[in-house]
Write a protein that binds this ligand. Structure first.
Ligand code: DX5
Ligand code: ZN
Length: 218
């Protein structure tokens, strides 16, 4: 069995103590830290920007998986790269020049990922696949934590896995991931799982158990 990366989304953390929360999920066994950036324009919610990322960066050595739900994307890439992102992913729906955005992320020396909303077909990844390190498939409509997993996306996970073939590209899933839904997407080919509410529920003393439960189910 291949290793499955668990990426807690700090969207579900206590924003009043983000540094502590990041240290807590690090100690609880998180593989990556998933950072959800929302602009109130591409998605109907607003979270945080590069300065917040920079503030939490010293609290962990873990890989920062930065999910940009913003439009436009390109003017902000350098700021997120400098703030400490290891990988920057953006939505193919966010603009007409996704390949230019990939080039801009690579120019910063960072890994690059593309994200597909539930309503976007697998084929949207085809023309970009040679230049990405990660493909993220949304299993909720982006904007909020705690939504229900959209089961119809599971078929697309298998389609994108087939497109990836044996290329070294991570296939990540985001939205409604729980111990119940994790095995569905892992079976279809996912190797990285974002989880917000399923990790942060119950407070810091529950994080290790919550992460383990997803890992074991996967
Ligand atoms: C949704 C975000 C997700 C979200 C996941 O717009 O991209 O990362 O925080 O939260 P849960 O796991 O609660 O669905
Ligand atoms: Zn996300």
């Amino acid at each position: 069995t291949r290793p499955i990366r668990i990426a807690p989304s700090i969207l579900s953390a206590d924003f009043a103590k983000l540094g502590e929360e990041v240290r807590a999920v690090d100690a609880a066994g998180a593989d990556w830290i998933h950072c959800d950036v929302m602009d109130g324009h591409f998605v109907p919610n607003i979270t945080f920007g590069p300065d917040v990322l920079k503030a939490i960066r010293p609290h962990t050595q873990k890989f920062f998986d930065v999910h940009l739900m913003i439009a436009p994307v390109d003017p902000y890439i350098e700021a997120f790269a400098k703030a400490g992102a290891d990988l920057i992913s953006f939505h193919v729906e966010a603009g007409p020049h996704p390949h230019r955005t990939l080039q801009a992320i690579k120019a910063q020396g960072k890994q690059a990922g593309i994200v597909l909303n539930p309503g976007t077909p697998a084929s949207a990844a085809e023309a970009l696949i040679q230049d990405v390190d990660l493909i993220l498939l949304m299993t909720v409509n982006p904007g909020f934590g705690g939504q229900s997993f959209i089961h119809s996306v599971v078929e697309k996970v298998a389609q994108v896995k087939a497109l990836i073939g044996d290329r070294p590209i991570a296939l990540e899933i985001d939205g409604g991931v729980t111990p119940e839904t994790a095995p569905l997407v892992v079976k279809a080919g996912a190797d990285a799982l974002v989880a917000g509410s399923a990790v942060f529920r119950g407070g810091p003393s529950a994080y290790a158990g919550n992460i383990d439960a997803i890992r074991k189910a996967a």
